[in-house]
Design a protein around this ligand. Structure first.
Ligand code: ADP
Ligand code: ZN
Ligand code: ZN
Length: 742
C-alpha cells in the first residue's frame, strides 16, 4: 500500500499539518499532485507533500485519496521544497505557500482548458472527392467536404449543423474538441526583431554572467544608468541559458511596466516567451502557466508572483528594477521575491541578476567589499548610455522663488517654456506627480480644518472626474463639502495637485497638448494601461501625466522632456526610506528623457532645491548618494544596519488595541530578558501607529528595532506567536522589515 501525506487546502493554523491517506491501487498520485480527500464529513482539495510505503495508523482509520484533481504533478519537487522552506522562514501555513505555486483558479477546479469543436475529414482526399462525384445533389454536405479538402480543419460552429451531422453519421467527417490557447494581449502582435550589436560594456556584462552560468551559478547586481541597455544584457544572458537547455524568469515590479518588457521579450523569443501576472484573465493565466509547466515556453516574464513559475532547469532569473518595494509581498506569506529568486537560482545552479539604475541601499551594500561570501553580489556596472547618448541635463527649479514672483500655478516658468518648446518641436513629454486625483487635500482657510476620511486617519483626496472626495486607503467616498463642516465658513479650499489637475492644466494652457493620464484610477480595467501607453507610443498623445506607474522602465524614443512637478511630496514622508525613494524617483523619471537620438531635458520642481537628495539626483550620482545615505543609516541605526519588526493591533476601540499592544510589549520584554537578548535590541515599545485609524479600526503597534547579530528568527517567531494569540476582537499582523511604516 502507498500512502500520501497531504496538506489540505484550508488556511488555518489547526490544519497546518500533514494528514495521511492511502492511495488506491492504480491511482497515479505522487508528491506535488493536487488531490481530493475526505476530511471529516467534507471533501477537500489538498496537495501531496510526500509519499511513504508504511503508515503507523490502524488501517480502518486511514481513508483513501478520492481522486487526483489533475493528471500531472502541479507542484514540482523544487517548488515543494521551497514551500516547506517558506513555511519556516515566513511563518506562514504550508498551504499558503503552496497556493502561490499554481494559478488561484486551479484550486476548486474553476478553470479548464478552452476547446472549440473543429471538423475535419476522416477519409482520404481521394475518397472525399469520390463522395463529391457521387453526391452532387446534397449541396450543403458537398460544400462542407469541398471546404474541408481545402482547409483541412474548420471550426464546427462555422458550418451548417445538420449537414455536418449527416456527414459525421456517414463517418466522412469527424468533430473533435481542440484546445485553443487564450493568448494575453501583450503576446498577440509584434514583429520579431533581431539582436543588435552589443556595446563593449554590455558585452563584458554578458560574458561575465555567461561564465558564471557555465561554472554552476552566480549572483550579480547589474547597476546601469538609465538607458544603458540593461534589458539587452538580460536578453543575451537568457539566450545563453536557452542554448544550454535551460530556462529563465524575468521579474518586473508592476504590471504597468510589463507591456514594453513583454513586447521586447516576445519580439526576441517568440512563442518561447510566456507572461504571468494577476491582470490576466483566469483562462489566460491557466493557459500560460501550463505552457510553462510543460516546457513549451521557456522564458517567463511577470510581476512578483511569477517568481514561482513552474520552470525546470532554471538558468537565469532576473529581477529588474530590483529596488522597487513591490517585490516585497504585503500579504501573508510576506515573502521577498528577491530572496525567493536567490534560492531558486541556487537550487538550480543558475544565475541571479538584480538590475537597477538606483539599487536599494541594502542591495548595493551587498555588492561592496567586505561582505560575507554567502551574501555577496558581484557588481557589474554600465556607466554610459547606449551609443554614447548623454544623460539628460537636469534643472532644479526653486518653487519658492516662483511663488515670490507671483507665479502661483503648478508650472514654473521654466517647465512651462520647456513644455512649449518640446511640443512645438513635435516631441513628447512625461510629467510625474506623486499623487492621483485632483487635489491632495481639502482644508478650511478660516479654521484650518482638513477633511479626513471617517474611517481612516488620513486626509481625503478630491477627484474631479467623479466629483467626490476619496480615501486612498479604504476607498470611501463623500461629496465635496461646500462649507467647512467644523466652522461653517465658505472658505473651503483645495490644495496640492494630483494627476487629474496636472492633466487638466496641461490641456488648458498648452495648445496642441494631447494628454494621457496613467495612474491607478485610469488603469483599473483589464489591458487599460497597455492601451493608454500605446496611445502615447503611437504619438496620438504627446504628454504623459502619471504617478510612480510611469517613472520606471518606459522607453519612448520621442520623449525629450521629463518633468517632476513636485519633488518634495515624497521627500517629507515620515519614513526612513523617503530620501532613498525620492532619489530613485527623480533619477528614474529623468531617465525617461532623451533615450534615442534627441537629447533630453529634465525639470525638477521643488521647495528644497539645496537638499542633498535633490542635488545628487539632479547629478544622477548614485554612488555619492549611497555613501551619504548609508553613513546616515549606520549612524541612526536604520536598516540595513538593523532590522525592523512590528505587530500592528487593530480594534474597534483604541483602548482595546492599546491594551493588546501593551500586553504584547510586556510579554516580548519578558521573552527578551529570558533569552538574554536585550542587548541586541535597539528599541522596543508599544505606540500608536502613524495612521491611528484605518478602515474604521484603531491601530496600535509594538515596534522593534534590533541589531543583526541578534537571533532575529527567534524574535520573529515569538512576535508571530504573540500576534496569533491576540485577544478576541483584536486583529494582529506581524511584519518584518515592512515596506511601509504607516
Ligand atoms: P535601461 O533598462 O538600462 O534603462 P534599456 O534596456 O531600456 O535601458 O535600453 C535603452 C534603449 O537602448 C532601448 O531602446 C534599447 O532598445 C536600446 N539598446 C540597448 N542596447 C542596445 C544596443 N547594443 N544597440 C542598440 N540599441 C540598444
Ligand atoms: Zn473651518
Ligand atoms: Zn479611509
Amino acid at each position: 500500500m502507498r500512502y500520501a501525506e497531504v496538506i489540505v487546502d484550508l488556511s488555518a493554523g489547526a490544519v497546518d499539518r500533514l494528514f495521511t491517506y492511502s492511495v488506491p491501487d492504480g491511482m497515479a498520485v505522487d508528491a506535488g499532485w493536487q488531490v481530493e480527500v475526505p476530511f471529516g464529513p467534507r471533501k477537500l482539495e489538498g496537495f501531496v507533500v510526500s509519499m511513504k510505503d508504511e503508515c503507523g495508523l490502524p488501517p480502518e482509520r486511514v481513508k483513501p485519496v478520492l481522486r487526483a484533481v489533475r493528471d500531472y504533478p502541479v507542484v514540482l519537487p523544487e517548488l515543494l521544497d521551497l514551500a516547506v522552506w517558506m513555511h519556516e522562514r515566513y511563518l506562514c501555513n504550508l498551504v499558503d505557500a503552496l497556493r502561490l505555486m499554481i494559478p488561484a483558479q486551479m484550486r476548486g477546479d474553476r478553470v479548464r482548458a478552452r476547446t472549440v469543436r473543429v471538423a475535419r475529414l476522416k477519409v482520404s482526399r481521394a475518397e472525399a472527392e469520390a463522395f463529391l462525384q457521387a453526391n452532387r445533389r446534397a449541396k450543403a454536405q458537398a460544400e462542407i467536404v469541398r471546404r474541408l479538402i481545402e482547409a483541412e480543419e474548420l471550426p464546427a460552429s462555422a458550418l451548417p449543423a445538420s449537414a455536418l451531422r449527416a456527414l459525421a453519421g456517414k463517418n466522412l467527417v469527424e468533430i473533435a474538441g481542440e484546445e485553443v490557447r487564450r493568448t494575453p494581449l501583450a503576446l498577440k502582435d509584434g514583429a520579431r526583431s533581431s539582436d543588435p550589436e552589443l556595446t563593449p560594456g554590455q558585452r563584458r556584462a554578458v560574458s561575465e554572467i555567461a561564465d558564471a552560468l557555465e561554472r554552476g551559478g552566480g549572483r550579480f547586481l547589474l547597476h546601469g544608468v538609465t538607458g544603458s541597455g540593461k534589458t539587452e544584457v538580460y536578453i543575451r544572458a537568457i539566450r545563453r541559458a536557452l542554448k544550454l537547455g535551460r530556462t529563465a524568469i524575468v521579474l518586473v515590479p508592476e504590471i504597468a511596466l510589463t507591456p514594453q518588457m513583454v513586447s521586447w521579450l516576445h519580439a526576441r523569443f517568440g512563442a518561447d516567451a510566456a507572461v504571468l501576472h494577476s491582470r490576466l484573465s483566469a483562462g489566460e493565466r491557466y493557459d500560460e502557466w501550463r505552457r510553462i509547466r510543460f516546457g513549451e515556453a521557456r522564458v517567463v516574464i511577470g510581476a512578483r508572483s511569477a517568481v514561482f513559475a513552474p520552470v525546470e532547469n532554471l538558468g537565469v532569473i532576473v529581477v529588474d528594477e530590483e529596488h522597487e518595494t513591490s517585490y516585497q509581498s504585503d500579504r501573508r506569506p510576506r515573502y521577498d521575491a528577491r530572496e525567493i529568486a536567490r534560492r531558486r537560482a541556487a537550487a538550480h545552479g543558475g544565475v541571479l541578476i538584480l538590475g537597477s539604475a538606483t539599487p536599494s541601499i541594502s542591495t548595493y551594500m551587498r555588492a561592496m567589499p567586505g561582505v560575507r561570501s554567502e551574501n555577496r553580489l558581484e557588481l557589474i556596472e554600465l556607466r554610459e548610455r547606449v551609443h554614447g547618448r548623454p544623460l539628460p541635463e537636469v534643472e532644479v527649479v526653486d518653487m519658492r522663488g516662483e511663488f515670490e514672483r507671483g507665479n502661483h500655478s503648478i508650472f514654473s516658468g521654466r517647465l512651462a517654456r520647456a513644455l512649449e518648446d518640446c511640443l512645438s518641436e513635435g516631441r513628447q513629454a512625461v510629467l510625474f506627480i506623486n499623487r492621483r486625483g485632483y487635489s491632495t487635500f481639502v482644508s478650511c482657510r478660516a479654521c484650518g480644518y482638513v477633511v479626513k476620511c471617517g474611517a481612516c486617519d488620513v486626509s481625503m483626496t478630491f477627484h474631479q472626474v467623479e466629483n467626490a472626495l476619496r480615501c486612498h486607503y479604504c476607498g470611501r467616498e463623500t461629496p465635496p463639502p461646500k462649507t467647512c463642516p467644523k466652522c461653517g465658513s465658505r472658505y473651503i479650499k483645495y490644495f496640492g495637485a494630483g494627476t487629474q489637475k496636472v492633466a487638466e492644466e496641461v490641456m488648458k494652457r498648452f495648445a496642441g497638448a494631447r494628454v494621457v493620464r496613467v495612474d491607478v484610477d485610469t488603469t483599473r480595467e483589464k489591458d487599460a494601461h497597455e492601451k493608454l501607453l500605446e496611445r502615447f507610443r503611437s504619438g496620438e498623445a504627446n504628454v504623459l501625466v502619471g504617478t510612480q506607474m510611469i517613472a520606471k522602465g518606459l522607453d519612448f524614443p520621442n520623449v525629450t522632456l521629463a518633468g517632476v512637478v513636485a519633488a518634495d511630496m515624497s521627500l517629507n514622508l515620515p519614513d526612513y526610506r523617503s530620501r532613498e525613494r525620492t532619489f530613485q524617483l527623480i533619477t528614474q523619471v529623468a531617465g525617461r528623457a532623451g533615450r534615442a537620438d534627441h537629447p533630453g531635458r529634465v525639470v525638477v520642481q521643488t521647495y528644497e532645491p539645496d537638499h542633498y537628495v535633490i542635488q545628487l539626483a539632479a547629478r544622477q550620482d548614485y554612488r555619492a548618494f549611497y555613501l551619504r545615505e548609508s553613513a546616515y543609516r549606520r549612524k541612526a541605526l536604520y536598516p540595513p544596519f538593523t532590522a525592523i519588526a512590528r505587530i500592528v493591533f487593530s480594534a474597534k476601540a483604541a483602548a482595546q488595541a492599546q491594551a493588546a499592544a501593551e500586553a504584547a510589549e510586556a510579554a516580548l520584554g519578558e521573552f527578551l530578558d529570558r533569552e538574554g537578548m536585550r542587548p541586541d535590541v535597539v528599541q522596543m515599545r508599544a505606540v500608536e501607529a502613524p495612521i491611528k485609524l484605518l478602515r474604521g479600526l484603531a491601530r496600535w503597534q509594538v515596534f522593534l528595532k534590533m541589531y543583526f547579530k541578534g537571533d532575529l528568527d527567534g524574535v520573529s517567531r515569538e512576535m508571530q506567536s504573540l500576534a496569533d494569540r491576540a485577544p478576541e476582537g483584536v486583529q494582529a499582523e506581524f511584519e518584518i522589515n515592512p515596506s511601509n511604516l504607516f
